[in-house]
Ligand binder design. Structure first.
Ligand SMILES: [Fe+2]
Length: 333
């Protein structure tokens, strides 16, 4: 059995992580060949790949064949400005605008069109490199994040293909949790942590043997302990991955209950973060309303009856259950 860190390391060997500057393609477009050459020399010396276009037409033709990672674009061309180009392309390609202008109307036009940055002319090489480096760092982080997302998806897939009865469970818990979080007006950062954390909540099940995870009959105490250990196993294996840190409490504590009767730590009340409480209730709700090897899916009415009974026992926060019921009545989930 591999830990998630080991699987991640293995995955890294198969992924192209060479998001170095050489892989960042920058188009430079300015009607002055001299300006283009100076910028190109500067960027090439700093390891970037560049192409130069002295007219907007040539730039547009090239983009039809290959899109760059970013365009360094002059605002004033001989007979016009690049405003129309910016309006057409700024949504799909990052544009850093360059200009001598100090005219507030022009600056307003430029900044109203979602450019990623602005470099005043004449261009200082230090400022140019600083801005490009900052921008490329953001691209690299996004690419790494996408890679991590692909890795998470493949891990979840390996968990879910093992058990047809829980297939799609993590996706559904994520979707339900996200709706609850938005309904009770948590901030966007919390919503994102809940959404992704819910996708990962059962990731520790990679550490549970098939003979236990897929067993149809009743479990021995030892087997039940192995199932329960997916919380700690998931936590311990994800703790070395910085990108997973925001989700650790959901991974470890999604089987805790407000009265302290849950596992693995017997946390009570406010010791259980709201993000975790939301995922826990979404997890139980999805389990109740899904078909299991030992029973059919329960009706919504029965599922809410059980959840409210469990609230009375002290397991859950009633505000979260009420939010879930409202969303269910509106058929949002
Ligand atoms: Fe779980």
């Amino acid at each position: 059995m591999h830990t998630i860190s080991e699987l991640w390391e293995k995955q890294c060997k198969t992924i192209d992580f060479n998001h170095t500057k050489k892989n960042i393609l920058i188009y430079i477009s300015d009607d002055s060949q001299i300006v283009c050459s100076v910028i190109e020399k500067n960027l090439k010396e700093n390891g970037f790949t560049t192409e130069v276009f002295t007219t907007i037409e040539k730039l547009v033709d090239r983009i039809k064949i290959k899109k760059p990672d970013v365009i360094l674009l002059d605002f004033y061309f001989e007979e016009s400005t690049s405003l129309e180009f910016i309006q057409n392309y700024a949504q799909s390609i990052p544009i850093i605008c360059m200009s001598t202008t100090e005219n507030p109307d022009d600056l307003n036009l430029i900044f109203n069109n979602q450019i990623v940055d602005f470099i005043p002319k004449p261009i200082h090489s230090d400022i140019l490199c600083l801005k490009i480096n900052n921008f490329t760092r953001r691209i690299e982080q996004m690419k790494d994040f996408e890679t991590i997302q692909v890795f998470i998806d493949s891990l979840l897939y390996t968990i879910e293909i093992r058990d047809i009865y829980t297939r799609g469970h993590s996706e559904r818990v994520s979707c339900i949790s996200e709706h609850i979080a938005k309904y009770i007006s948590l901030d966007e950062q919390q919503v994102q942590i809940i959404k992704r954390g819910a996708l990962l909540h059962d990731i520790g099940k990679v550490g549970v043997r098939d003979s236990v995870l897929l067993k149809a009959g009743s479990l021995s105490n030892e087997e039940f302990a192995e199932i329960k250990n997916h919380t700690v196993f998931g936590y311990n294996t994800c703790i070395n991955l910085n990108s997973f840190h925001p989700y650790l409490s959901i991974i470890r504590s999604h089987h805790e209950k407000l009265d302290g009767s849950g596992y693995p730590d017997g946390l009570k009340g406010s010791e259980i973060p709201i993000e975790v409480q939301i995922v826990s209730i979404a997890d139980v709700f999805d389990a109740l309303t899904s078909k299991r090897v030992y029973r059919d899916a329960l009706s919504l009415e029965t599922a809410f009856k059980i959840l409210f009974e469990e609230y009375k026992k002290g397991f859950w926060d009633v505000e979260i259950i009420n939010a879930l019921r409202s969303l269910s009545e509106k058929k949002t989930i």
